[in-house]
Design a protein around this ligand. Structure first.
Ligand SMILES: C[S@@+](CC[C@H](N)C(=O)[O-])C[C@H]1O[C@@H](n2cnc3c(N)ncnc32)[C@H](O)[C@@H]1O
Length: 269
């Protein structure tokens, strides 16, 4: 192992020991990108120097944690997928029973709130049957999700994100650049901390969304994460993965595509 590799490993060990994050879950290319981005921000050139900054500065440990938890998300991220999901929600809610949906991971809540808003906005979906659980490993992301307040910034246009809805401003209270999700939307969603690698499996879901986490996960953990989500589904339950993700080899027989391009599948056994 070269000195550079050794210094990088020491940074990972420091993260493991003093930052509330498990580096071994994630692939090395991802960790390296996030750490390099923080090194540029702190103007340090080597992993050895960055390690010193990390040891000395609680602020840097917090900033690195923030950067590593990848909680990038949108309302209606990949709008084509949401249009393809609409008939699935219509069919599920026509079944005359409670429909249970799991958004895992949900980041700051925009994904489960998108489900709730779509259900309320589409007259062919019976929102009164729908119950959504949003889970994530990050308590900060969950606190944001429970608060349900989002801000338009230089890089995020919340009103544009809601553009798929017929009547977007019916589901948020808008004050200047701030958007608060309405109580009607919030009443369909509950949030809970859940680690998709370490925590117990769940069950009884008619639909699960597991989008934009598998791409960051080390290959050794992809299967356990995927199985946790897949096993939570009832027979015939639907699954959505991210647009750049695939069902891991070895699990493909258990799913048939409903809309392959939009990564919507149905559990067949
Ligand atoms: C990029 S976001 C995806 C959010 C949303 N599904 C989407 O596609 O917009 C990834 C989220 O995964 C969460 N996460 C990372 N590791 C996790 C784990 N082991 N269990 C549960 N959530 C995890 C992060 O906290 C982050 O909020």
């Amino acid at each position: 192992m070269s000195q550079i590799d050794r210094d990088f490993q020491r940074v990972l060990e420091e993260i493991d020991g003093s930052v509330d994050f498990e580096p071994e879950y994630y692939n090395e290319a991802y960790l390296s990108r996030r750490i390099s981005a923080r090194m540029r921000r702190r103007d340090v050139d080597t992993h050895a120097d960055y390690l010193d900054v990390l040891i000395d500065s609680p602020e840097e440990r917090a900033a690195l944690l923030d950067s590593l938890t990848i909680n990038v998300t949108n309302f209606f991220r990949n709008p084509k997928m949401w249009e393809a999901l609409r008939p699935v929600l219509q069919e599920l809610s026509a079944s005359n029973r409670r429909v249970r949906i799991w958004s895992a991971p949900c980041a700051d809540g925009r994904e489960p709130y998108s489900l709730a808003m779509l259900a309320l906005d589409d007259p062919s979906i019976d929102a009164s049957r729908i119950e959504i659980l949003g889970t994530d490993i990050s308590e900060d992301a969950l606190a944001h999700a429970r608060e349900g307040v989002y801000e338009t910034t230089r890089t995020t246009d919340i009103e544009a994100e809601l553009g798929l809805l017929d009547d977007p401003l019916k589901y948020v209270e808008k004050t200047e650049t701030r958007f608060r999700v309405t109580p009607a939307v919030q009443s369909l969603v509950t949030f809970e901390r859940h680690d998709l690698i370490a925590d117990a499996q769940k069950s009884g879901f008619d639909l699960a969304l597991c989008r934009n986490l598998l791409i960051y996960i080390d290959s050794a953990f992809k299967l356990p994460v995927f199985e946790t989500v897949a096993e939570s589904l009832v027979d015939g339950g639907h699954l959505v993965v991210g647009m750049t993700e695939t069902i891991p080899a070895g699990c493909r027989d258990g799913f048939e595509p409903v809309n392959k391009r939009c990564r919507i599948y149905k559990r067949v056994r």
